[in-house]
Design a binder for this molecule. Structure first.
Ligand code: NAD
Length: 294
């Protein structure tokens, strides 16, 4: 299949490489020339602009930071909605506000173009391995047609509902992960202050009901004071702000999300926005003056 791929960052670059490995023909663009060159060396066609990627393709994929970037590329600045073939489909893999997904889909529909929103969970390691989890919104017929393309980049591909449902599901994922990490940081810090070694707390409870993928991934990072991203606090703030917007529109109560968002904003203002989201621990360390150890 001929695929335009725009946004070759931490996630987009390995995802595009997996599409090449699966035998697809890729036309790639990013604002960062170095990442285009890397994809070109791996067999993709390097393009000088996003408009150049979409000539004569069957599918356009974006993996951009947030709603304004996707709107800029598809509707406002680059206007790919007007330039891509009417027979092609648009799949946005970025994590954006579901309201924006629906707005973009409605604009594309005016040009007769179908869209899926297909954000992912799994982070860079799973993007590299091709084992991402895709949460998809859109028409079932379009989903079935393009599912094999997503399966070249992921091990789980689930249709969650109409356009926007993928990003609603992703927001649920981001709330659960954020609150989980905050609870883990709070409990480990409290346990150490009460005189129990954090490593013992981790070992003793990881196999029980409190155990989780978040605990296994983030507790060792917290004990090592290793806050290399991973997933940056600033990107998680972006997602939780999207949760706030989406919840406001339907009057859904989100007190836990709001609390963790405020904690993340404190860290951002303290210069920790580029740290991994496991740095939520720093919020507690700053309050108590005590550093978590092994
Ligand atoms: P990133 O910042 O590494 O990559 C974004 C890329 O988009 C950059 O290379 C940037 O140059 C490019 N870009 C921005 N605007 C552009 C434009 N107008 N035209 C062309 N290129 C443009 O971000 P990422 O970590 O790859 O995340 C991408 C999306 O995936 C985000 O929505 C993020 O929330 C989501 N996500 C990230 C992770 C993760 O662990 N990093 C996990 C799951 C989902």
């Amino acid at each position: 299949m001929k695929i335009a791929f725009i946004g070759l960052g931490i996630m987009g670059k390995p995802m595009a490489k997996n599409l090449l490995k699966a035998g697809h023909q890729l036309f790639v663009y990013d604002r960062n020339q170095a990442t285009i060159d890397e994809l070109s060396a791996a067999g993709a066609t390097a393009c000088a602009s996003s408009s150049d990627t979409v000539r004569d393709v069957d599918l356009v994929i974006t993996m951009l930071p947030n709603s304004p970037h996707v709107k800029s590329v598809m509707l406002e600045d680059d206007k790919l909605a007007e330039k891509m073939p009417k027979t092609a489909v648009f799949i946005d893999c970025s994590s954006i506000n579901p309201v924006a997904s629906r707005e973009i889909a409605a604009e594309l529909a005016k040009h007769g173009i179908e869209m899926l929103d297909a954000p992912v969970s799994g982070g860079q390691p799973k993007a590299v391995d091709g084992t991402l989890s895709f949460m998809v919104g859109g028409k079932e017929e379009i989903f079935n047609r393009f599912k094999p393309v997503l399966e070249a980049m992921g091990s789980s591909v689930v249709l969650c509902g109409d356009v926007g449902a993928g990003n609603v599901t992703k927001l649920c994922n981001q709330t659960i992960v954020a609150v989980n990490i905050a609870a883990l940081a709070e409990a480990m810090q409290m346990g150490q202050m009460c005189g129990v070694e954090p490593q013992k707390i981790f070992e003793a409870i990881r196999g029980g009901l409190a155990g989780s993928t978040v605990m296994n991934a983030k507790a060792p990072m917290m004990m090592d004071q290793n806050f290399q991203p991973g997933f940056r606090i600033d990107l998680h703030i972006k997602d939780l702000n999207n949760v706030v917007d989406a919840a406001k529109a339907v009057d859904a109560p989100i007190p836990l999300t709001q609390a963790v968002l405020e904690m993340m904003k404190v860290l951002h203002h303290d210069g920790d926005g580029s740290c991994d989201h496991s740095a939520l621990l720093k919020y507690y360390q700053k309050l108590t003056g005590e550093v978590l150890h092994h």
